[in-house]
Design a protein around this ligand. Structure first.
Ligand SMILES: Nc1nc2c(ncn2[C@@H]2O[C@H](COP(=O)(O)OP(=O)(O)OP(=O)(O)O)[C@@H](O)[C@H]2O)c(=O)[nH]1
Ligand SMILES: [Mg+2]
Length: 364
């Protein structure tokens, strides 16, 4: 055998070895990427919470697990989720809480182990409920309280985000309980995103009650789906868990806004709308802790348009506000753009004003 042939064989051997090493590295990288992906779970509590989770389940969400929790067996049986849990069987006999938050709290307490078993590995947990009834109001506060206690001395990075709707104005009697729940949620969650059902209905054109609920469910569902997918799957511009934590960790109240735009300047129009049509009346957005902006557009959306949308937000906020953003191409949005803005660390004039009225009201 000539010397050149030997050298060639040697080279080939080295090449085979190098390829095998690269494959091993690749596998290791993929394993690491899978293990470091944050686990996202969304728990819907009570009738409204379960309806919102059903919407997300029907739409489909990549990278998140959906759990529905209710004291009402009938309603739970028609809800869609990856896992459904009937809570407070002893307390409520599968019949709901009849509007009493205290009973909802008790029911959650009774079944806390079953709920924990589903969500204890979660890095980002969304707790979703419509405030004003029994199960959602009492249950979301109790679950948030217990989670805070459980995660207190834990090394794993966690984020607990409450997402709650305020009752419609016509449901006057329910507002006090809802406000009370918000004050407590603020203590136990990192961020509490509040959606005022009335404000949303007004923006949607004062729809009949059932349709208004549908719009609320779609909006909240889009928020949960949007944040989950931005964090767990590759997008045009990626947001990661650390980004999200920077604006949502211990951030108090948050308001979301959603806007759409089309044709020329679609992203900028959508951003303008999202920032001006917020679903909670916020006192002063320039005092916000942070802003998350998520832009989705058709295949025709250019990177330049995305950047100008991001720049526009900066003009609304003081220079030290933390602004994070993600963008995604959605082939269904040809010629259009859809923008979601989440503003954290805000105060609501509406919530404050209601509180004052309650405090100074005399019983005679
Ligand atoms: N967004 C939205 N809000 C809803 C929906 N259904 C009810 N709500 C609102 O949420 C509040 C609570 O209603 P539910 O979720 O049905 O009450 P619950 O938590 O199941 O309480 P109980 O039935 O008393 O155990 C209501 O006062 C409404 O303002 C819904 O499908 N979507
Ligand atoms: Mg119910």
């Amino acid at each position: 055998m000539s010397q050149t042939t030997n050298e060639m064989k040697d080279l080939e051997r080295q090449l085979v070895l190098a390829r095998a090493n690269m494959r091993a590295d690749q596998e290791k990288l993929e394993q690491l990427a899978a293990a470091s992906k944050p686990k996202v779970m969304a728990v819907g509590i009570g009738g409204a919470g379960c309806n919102i989770i059903s919407w997300v389940k029907q739409e489909g969400v990549t990278g998140g697990r959906l759990i529905s929790v209710n004291t009402d067996a009938n309603h739970l049986s028609i809800s869609e989720a990856d896992r459904r849990i009937l809570i407070g069987e002893k307390t409520c006999k599968g019949l709901g809480c009849g509007g009493y938050p205290k009973v909802g709290e008790q029911a959650m307490n009774e079944s806390i182990k079953d709920v924990f078993a589903e969500i204890e590995l979660s890095n980002i947990t969304f707790l979703v409920a419509g405030l004003g009834g029994g199960t959602g109001t009492g249950g979301i506060v109790e679950l948030a309280r217990q989670l805070r206690k459980k995660f207190e001395n834990d090394q794993t990075p966690r984020l607990v985000v409450g997402v709650a709707t305020l009752p419609f104005k016509i449901e006057t009697a329910r507002m006090e309980a809802a406000k009370d729940a918000i004050q407590q949620l603020k203590q136990y969650c990192d961020t509490v995103v509040i959606i005022d059902n009335d404000r949303l209905n007004h923006l949607a054109g004062n729809l009949p009650f059932q349709q208004a609920l549908g719009v609320a469910n779609t909006t909240i569902g889009k928020f949960v789906k949007g944040v989950t997918e931005t964090i767990t799957s590759a997008s045009l511009i990626n947001l990661d868990y650390a980004d999200l934590r920077a604006i949502m960790h211990e951030a108090g109240l948050a308001s979301i806004g959603i806007g759409t735009g089309k044709d020329d300047g679609k992203v900028e129009h959508a951003v303008e709308r999202a920032i001006n049509e917020r679903l909670l009346d916020v006192e002063d957005i320039t005092k916000a802790r942070g802003v998350l902006i998520h832009i989705a557009g058709g295949e025709d959306m250019t990177l330049e348009e995305v950047h100008s949308g991001g720049d526009l937000i900066k003009r609304y906020m003081p220079p030290n506000t933390k602004i994070i953003w993600g963008a995604k191409v959605d082939p269904n949005l040809k010629g259009k753009a859809s923008v979601m803005v989440v503003i954290t660390g805000v105060d609501s004039a509406f919530l404050k004003e209601q509180k004052k009225k309650g405090r100074f009201k005399l019983p005679w």
